[in-house]
Design a protein around this ligand. Structure first.
Ligand SMILES: [Zn+2]
Length: 423
């Protein structure tokens, strides 16, 4: 369903003007509020019930809570608490969010009021509603809910508190704390909620992984080379990989130790795909095919997209610019991924420059000869590919930052030799 359909449904449920609810919905969705959550808010605004049905709250085990549960009462340990502001109808609303657990399971929550929750608290939450958030049930509580300390000691099979290694962060995580080194950072100006806004973006690293980050409320401690402890960050998917978000509610403190960092994470394709994407990973596999659209290509001078026969999908007829790239299907035995090589890396695997490629194509009166040359050189060989793996509807892509045959690599050769000897 698109926004229009959602607005249609809301308008007919609530008996109000469609354009009006559509504007409200769009406003929320634009600020990253999930569409289900946005619809609930719009329902509340127009006095509809929040979609939880008319059944009274029932006490529930967390493992049994589903979006069909209606309103529920749960007793749980607060695992994590994060604070975040969302923008709605011209003003900011501060929400609290994180995870709760009992002996049976754990669940994400959003608190629309400040109940003073802290990690480790055991509380009974009365009259919470359940909605679906990113495919999972989520507890929501606010004005019409009660939160009281529970006279119980719950022992739960989960870590209390938000401390995590970078490798354990996943899109949707909130209220996380990490200790990391700032390996890259730059200041950027964006068109934000309040007009032109300065933000920071860069890369964090620890012993386990590297991840991109965005600081929406620049903290001076986030300087290149600094080792820092970040508290109350949340994780979003950005360009197909998890990204750490630092907000006005996050704290950043310099550490008096230097955080050790490692190289790329060695990962198999299935593992990276299951995570919904991964930043700076290394995959080792065989090139089984060089896809169409490799070799000599033309890009739109306006938007940089690859064009066909001088036609850009957005800019119409343009004077294309020559470029080189490779889209190579790499199979690591668990799955396949399309490695995308930029011009520089393509020149290395082709064994010549863009000029050489143009020359070869002119001589053959066929541009395909360049892709064919690349095919001959790399198909059937094993490569170590480093880069950022993202997943879309068509499969997994690996934007390569490094691509080299494992035969160039003494460690890999030794490994392969040992495997052969031991087999
Ligand atoms: Zn274009």
């Amino acid at each position: 369903m698109n926004i229009d359909d959602h607005a249609e449904e809301l308008a007919s449920d609530l008996g109000v003007d469609k354009e009006e609810v559509k504007a409200d919905l769009q406003n929320l969705v634009e600020y990253s509020v999930p569409v289900d959550e946005a619809k609930q808010s719009v329902r509340r605004k127009y006095g509809g019930d929040s979609g939880g049905g008319s059944s009274g709250p029932t006490s529930a085990d967390i493992a049994d809570v589903t979006p069909e549960s209606g309103n529920v009462t749960v007793t749980a340990v607060v695992l994590t608490v994060g604070e975040r502001s969302i923008f709605y109808n011209g003003s900011e609303h501060v929400i609290h969010e994180g995870e709760l657990a009992d002996e049976t399971g754990k669940i994400s929550y959003t608190a629309w009021e400040d109940f003073g929750l802290e990690a480790g608290d055991v509380v009974t939450i009365g009259n919470a509603s359940v909605r679906e958030y990113e495919g999972e049930p989520e507890l929501n509580f606010g004005e019409s809910s009660t939160v009281q300390p529970a006279d119980e000691d719950l022992s739960v099979p989960y870590e209390v508190g938000g401390d995590r290694d970078l490798t354990d962060l996943e899109p949707g995580d909130r209220g996380r704390n990490v200790e990391a080194k700032v390996v890259e950072v730059e200041e950027r100006t964006i068109d934000g909620r309040h007009g032109e806004t300065q933000i920071l973006s860069g890369v964090l690293a620890d012993e386990t992984a590297r991840l991109p980050f965005t600081d929406w409320d620049p903290h001076a401690e986030l300087a290149e080379g600094a080792s820092v402890r970040l508290e109350d960050v949340y994780v979003r998917q950005f360009r197909g990989v998890p990204s750490v978000n630092v907000s006005e509610f996050s704290t950043v403190d310099l550490l008096d130790r230097e955080v050790e960092t490692s190289g790329p994470q060695r990962m198999n394709v299935v593992e990276a795909v299951d995570r919904g994407g991964a930043y700076d990973v290394e995959v080792v596999g065989n090139v089984i095919e060089v896809r169409d659209g490799s070799g000599l290509i033309e890009r739109c001078p306006e938007c940089g997209r690859v064009i066909q026969k001088g036609q850009c999908r957005t800019h119409g007829e343009v004077d294309g610019e020559d470029d080189l790239r490779v889209k190579a299907i790499v199979d690591d035995g668990t799955a396949t991924v399309t490695a995308i090589l930029d011009r520089e890396t393509t020149e290395t695997v082709y064994g010549g420059t863009l000029e050489d490629a143009l020359e070869q194509a002119r001589a053959a009166m066929d541009t395909e000869v360049v892709a064919d040359t690349i095919r001959d050189r790399i198909v059937g060989h094993e490569y170590r590919v480093r880069g950022h793996l993202s997943v879309d509807d068509y499969g997994a892509n690996l934007e390569a930052t490094d691509f080299r045959p494992t035969s160039d690599d003494p460690a890999a050769r030794a490994e392969a030799f040992l495997e052969e000897v031991e087999a």
